[in-house]
Write a protein that binds this ligand. Structure first.
Ligand SMILES: Nc1ncnc2c1ncn2[C@@H]1O[C@H](COP(=O)(O)OP(=O)(O)O)[C@@H](O)[C@H]1O
Ligand SMILES: [Mg+2]
Length: 425
């Protein structure tokens, strides 16, 4: 066991070299996005300055309620460091205690707490370690580092402690930041999953409701057929109705499968203008026969965006087809604009605006249009709706971490805004 820190030099004040190393250390940690490598780097620096040949860094595992070993220096075989340490183990327990309880011979404060050495806490010796450093954030011990170096006495010890305290605090900040980030990520995933389950539940209920009508007519036809088999009018009319009902059920099943199939977007770098144009090409003929003019205003300064091409095409096709439906036979225009959005923090988003001059959406319906099976196209002879189009649109936009907004003036028209972040790989 070394009793002298490798650096800083043996005088009692930190050297310029130490500050340079501290700066590099702080920059290194700041750039890290994974707790594993971050723990390794932090422990390596603490061991070097503390003059330790063996050591470990333990991180609080909130899910399992223990501290898990995230990094080690030296050979773990030579120490008695377990993979996990219980929350109420004497070492973490004492490290999170208020400072007054801890022996007063340490001069440096570690975020309001103090380091422990073997003379303070015999449980350290049982782990083969000589010094324990707390990493405390907002009053919680989020991690701790153990070093096997025996502490030098006197002024020198105070200086090493002060340096360790600075390094430990830098490490604490970095660990805290990544833990928060991981928590956020986990809750985001959880939310996505519960969202899905909730909407699938609604869908299952809606589906049962939707197929009941067509099933009833199919059943009636089968029941009546034996006695009316010689009535050609009955057979002709009812066959047509029943066939329509079967198509309707098929269409519902297709759309539900589209929605229910979990589609993690397959991101590729795409040109949003290109996707919009290709969707407009599909609806061109239909628009023409209805006397609808299409106006396209595509921004030329758009970055390529990471997205799932097939899914995003489905978004715009659904929006464009709804717009055509809303304009009936009276004609009108469909204007599609793309635009660059500069968001705070230098983030770049791309916006696609779909504006139609259709019948508009009554205020009371606006909050329901994204609900599964909400449709006003039950009676319109030309086209029956399933009410799943906008549900799917919403789902896909959400999967791309985008936003969708709608504005509508009944009798004048409707505008949908789809904002997509320029995601990076
Ligand atoms: N551009 C639009 N103009 C007017 N109403 C719209 C528009 N887009 C959607 N809607 C309304 O939202 C409802 C739900 O749309 P959607 O989920 O695509 O289902 P569907 O088209 O099968 O009815 C439509 O029935 C319609 O009432
Ligand atoms: Mg639709």
């Amino acid at each position: 066991m070394s009793t002298r820190p490798a650096n800083p030099a043996s005088d009692s004040s930190p050297t310029t070299e130490f500050f340079d190393q501290l700066t590099r250390f702080s920059i290194d940690l700041g750039a890290m996005t994974d707790l594993g490598p971050l723990s390794e780097r932090a422990l390596q620096e603490l061991s070097r300055v503390g003059g330790a040949t063996h050591g470990a860094l333990y991180l609080l595992d909130r899910e399992h309620e223990y501290y898990r070993r995230a990094a080690t220096t030296g050979s773990p075989a030579k120490t008695k460091l377990p993979e996990s340490i219980a929350l109420d183990h004497p070492v973490p327990h004492r490290l999170s205690s208020p400072q007054s309880e801890i022996a007063s011979h340490h001069t440096a404060s570690f975020g309001g707490s103090f380091a422990l050495d073997v003379s303070d806490e015999p449980a350290l010796a049982a782990l083969g370690m000589a010094l324990a450093l707390p990493h405390i954030s907002r009053g919680q011990l989020i991690a701790f580092s153990l070093l096997d170096a025996a502490q030098p006495r006197g002024q020198h010890a105070a200086s090493v402690h002060a340096l360790l305290a600075v390094l430990a605090q830098t490490a604490t900040n970095a660990v805290d930041r990544l833990m928060l980030y991981e928590d956020l990520h986990r809750s985001h995933l959880l939310m996505k999953r519960t969202d899905r389950l909730k909407s699938l539940e609604t869908i299952a209920g809606g589906f049962a409701h939707e197929i009941r009508n067509p099933l009833t007519s199919i059943k009636t036809f089968i029941q009546l057929a034996p006695e009316r088999k010689d009535d050609p009018d009955f057979i002709r009319d009812f066959s047509r109705i029943v066939l329509d009902d079967v198509y309707r059920i098929e269409r519902l099943i297709d759309e539900i499968l589209d929605y229910a199939r979990y589609m993690e977007p397959k991101l590729t770098e795409e040109d949003i203008n290109d996707i919009v144009s290709s969707c407009l090409y599909f609806i061109d003929v239909k628009a023409d026969t209805k006397g609808i003019r299409i106006e396209k205003e595509l921004a030329t300064n758009l970055p390529r965006v990471m997205l799932d091409r097939q899914q995003v095409k489905q978004v715009f096709l659904n929006l464009f087809l709804n717009a055509l439906d809303a304009m009936g036979k009276a004609g009108g225009f469909l204007r599609v604009r793309t635009k660059l959005l500069n968001r705070p923090g230098g983030r770049v988003w791309v916006q696609v605006e779909t504006e139609d001059t259709g019948e508009g959406i009554p205020e009371g319906n606006l909050e329901h249009i994204f609900d599964p099976f909400f449709t006003t196209k039950h009676e319109s002879g030309e086209h029956e709706g399933t009410g799943l189009g906008l549900t799917i649109v919403h789902q896909i936009v959400q999967e791309h971490r985008g936003e969708i907004e709608v504005r509508s003036v009944p009798g004048k028209g409707t505008t949908f805004l789809v904002n997509l972040p320029a995601l990076s790989l």
